[in-house]
Ligand binder design. Structure first.
Ligand code: OGA
Ligand code: MN
Length: 295
């Protein structure tokens, strides 16, 4: 069966059929998916009952796995439930038990409920993320996506000119403080020190501009904090209007792949007494946004 991609939202998101991600892909299928990513920024695959090793193998068709230059959470490697190369986006601990609602791991995870782009807190932020639903809760737990290219295009000319060369500071400290979690150790604070990111990105493959927003962004260089935060909130509200947003309702064995250079996403509520087992592979970006030539 030939691979086909159908756009399922007015501005982005393609639904892919005619491909089995558990098996090696043909060169044509890899090219069609890469092209689909550039076009739609989010691709949805249904019915992909894959193992961690198969998910890694599929991901490697599109780049290299992100090796974190700095930690993305407060969990020690020895506490991890899954093997190397797979990110644990579940609500489970090392032994497969549901994390308690008053555990700091859980508080930290709640930061994902805010709109963000993966590893924007790192000097070289992520390219693609691929999230596979192994166990889904009976209610809620959607993932929302927002098209930051469409959001950029819809800005008025004056705002576009004003933001063209702005640089923001991104840190996990800021996104966690935004949900009221500030109980970080001095070591964690040191490892989460802010990085600089351009506010307007140019996509290296399509040349399209987008707004590079994220809950991790807490400052704009040269601006006062109150001015910066109120403006970033305002831009985020603009960028996450209904017309730019798609809510993915998970079914078991869905795999969703998104371009962090062109979209934001957020996790939605579910009953935390039920298991939600989601596993992520992440592909590395190729350069700091700060090195991007003035567009
Ligand atoms: C992620 C993430 C959202 C979710 O995988 O990067 O933010 O719905 N997940 O679990
Ligand atoms: Mn994320």
């Amino acid at each position: 069966m030939a691979l086909t991609i159908k756009q399922i939202h007015p501005v982005f998101v393609g639904e892919v059929s005619g491909v089995d991600l558990t098996r090696p892909l043909s060169r044509e299928d890899v090219a069609a998916i890469a092209d689909g990513m550039n076009r739609h920024a989010v691709l949805v695959f249904h019915g992909q009952d894959i193992t961690d090793a198969q998910q890694i193998a599929f991901s490697l068709n599109f780049g290299e796995l992100e090796v974190k230059a700095r930690p993305g959470n407060i969990r020690k490697a020895s506490e991890s439930r899954l093997g190397a190369g797979i990110g644990d986006l579940s609500n489970l601990d090392k032994n497969g038990k549901i994390i308690s609602g008053d555990d700091r791991q859980w508080f930290f995870k709640l930061g994902d409920r805010l709109w963000h782009s993966d590893s924007s807190y790192a000097e070289v932020p992520a390219k693609h993320s691929l999230l596979s639903a192994r166990v889904v809760p009976s209610w809620g737990g959607n993932t929302d996506f927002a098209d930051m290219r469409a959001a950029y295009d819809a800005l008025d000319q004056r705002t576009k000119e004003e933001i063209e060369d702005l640089v923001c500071e991104h840190s996990l400290i800021h996104s966690r403080a935004a949900v009221g979690f500030t109980d970080l150790t001095p070591e964690e604070i040191a490892s989460f020190r802010p990085v600089r990111q351009r506010l307007v990105r140019v996509h290296p493959e399509t040349g399209r501009k987008s707004l590079f927003l994220s809950a991790h962004a807490g400052a704009i260089e040269g601006w006062t904090i109150p001015e910066a935060r109120s403006f970033l909130r305002d831009l985020t509200e603009h960028a996450t209007q209904r017309e730019f947003v798609h809510s993915h309702v998970w079914r078991q064995h869905d795999l969703v792949m998104w371009d962090n250079r062109a979209t934001m996403h957020r996790a939605r509520r579910f009953d935390r007494n039920e298991v939600r087992d989601m596993r992520r592979t992440t592909l590395a970006g190729n350069a700091p946004t700060i090195e991007q030539l003035a567009a």
